[in-house]
Design a protein around this ligand. Structure first.
Ligand SMILES: [Zn+2]
Length: 336
């Protein structure tokens, strides 16, 4: 529970129960701290009284409501941060995070031993078999940061013959690099000035590193791309500076995939008009990608779980937040 900025407490709460026939209750096997959890933790987003936290989770289904058909008790499942029915017109178009019936899972608090998941049939995806323990971090990554980085890469049209630049070296940015590589991008420029993150970006498929930021970062991208800018830029931070850096690093006709939760971003209309840049992004429809991502992880074709560089028992959640806030950890995995 987040009581106030910087004040994380682990406490006993009543076990969640089935409230609607479309619900499931899962026993959480792993959860984690998201970069977006740091916004309220830092007081940049309001904290309205003690709030359950966490929206990334994998677990085992314990109980399902009477209308649930596709998942059943005992299955290992991966969900995402918005519950969705996966049947409405918006879902069928691939935008499950804007489902007409969507419910935010973060309000229920996945950083817990048990979690009620609304719209279980449309939200949860079962793994083909119970995963071995070493796959759990990667499956957990699929729940948000991998799915979000993947959407950033898809929205930026990363693919063969294209140069992709990634703004942001948090877990989402690093997994945006991995996604761009999987999607066949020819060249991938990771923007990072932290050595351990640069190293992981290179292992995930980055071909170039740019340590500069802002105007200098844009100049460095232009220099690497014949003065034109990248075809595709993944924006994985959400600040006014990072968004403008992404737009200015993109060539005319190119695409920005923005997946950092926007805070205070305002776009200058005139500059945007003359930039000829496509913008697409928002809260990632992780559910769209989950079946494919789960298959890639089970086949051990990708290893996104390496973004977790700190694992703690759930009762030490406060230290998990602190470590990420102080950038001592890229991402904290919590084990109930
Ligand atoms: Zn829907």
């Amino acid at each position: 529970m987040l009581y106030a900025p910087g004040d994380v407490r682990v406490e006993q709460r009543p076990d969640p129960t089935i409230e609607k026939p479309t619900d499931a209750v899962i026993r959480t096997v792993a959860a984690c701290v998201c970069g977006s959890d740091l916004w309220p933790y830092r007081g940049i987003e309001a904290v309205n009284g003690p709030s359950p936290m966490g929206h990334e989770y994998v677990g085992v289904v314990e109980e399902v409501g009477s209308d649930v058909r596709l998942v059943r008790p005992g299955q290992f499942v991966v969900g995402s941060f918005f519950a969705s029915d996966n049947t409405c017109e918006i879902c069928r178009a691939g935008y499950q995070s804007s489902c007409v019936r969507r419910e935010p899972v973060g309000a229920l608090g996945a950083q817990a031993e048990r979690l009620r998941v609304p719209l279980a049939d449309g939200t949860l995806v079962a793994t083909p078999e119970a995963p071995s323990d070493d796959l759990v971090p990667s499956l957990l990554a699929a729940s948000d940061v991998l799915g979000t980085g993947w959407f950033g890469a898809v929205a930026a049209k990363a693919g063969p013959g294209r140069t992709v630049a990634v703004v942001g070296d948090g877990a989402v940015g690093l997994l945006g690099v991995l996604a761009a590589r999987q999607l066949g991008a020819e060249r991938i420029i990771a923007m990072s000035r932290h050595e351990n993150r640069q190293k992981l970006a290179l292992e995930y498929g980055a071909t170039d590193i740019v340590a500069e930021r802002g105007d200098d970062g844009v100049a460095a991208i232009k220099e690497l791309t014949g003065g034109l800018g990248a075809h595709s830029v993944i924006e994985a931070v959400g600040t006014p500076e990072s968004m403008m850096q992404a737009i200015r690093a993109t060539r005319p006709g190119g695409h920005v995939g923005y997946v950092g939760v926007a805070h205070g971003v305002e776009l200058p209309g005139e500059e945007l008009f003359f930039s000829h840049v496509h913008l697409h992004g928002g809260p990632a429809p992780v559910r769209r990608f989950l079946p494919e991502l789960i298959d890639l992880i089970h086949a051990r074709a990708i290893d996104p779980g390496r973004v977790f560089d700190l694992t703690l028992p759930l009762d030490q959640a406060a230290e998990g937040y602190r470590a990420m806030d102080q950038r001592r950890a890229i991402k904290t995995l919590l084990r109930p």
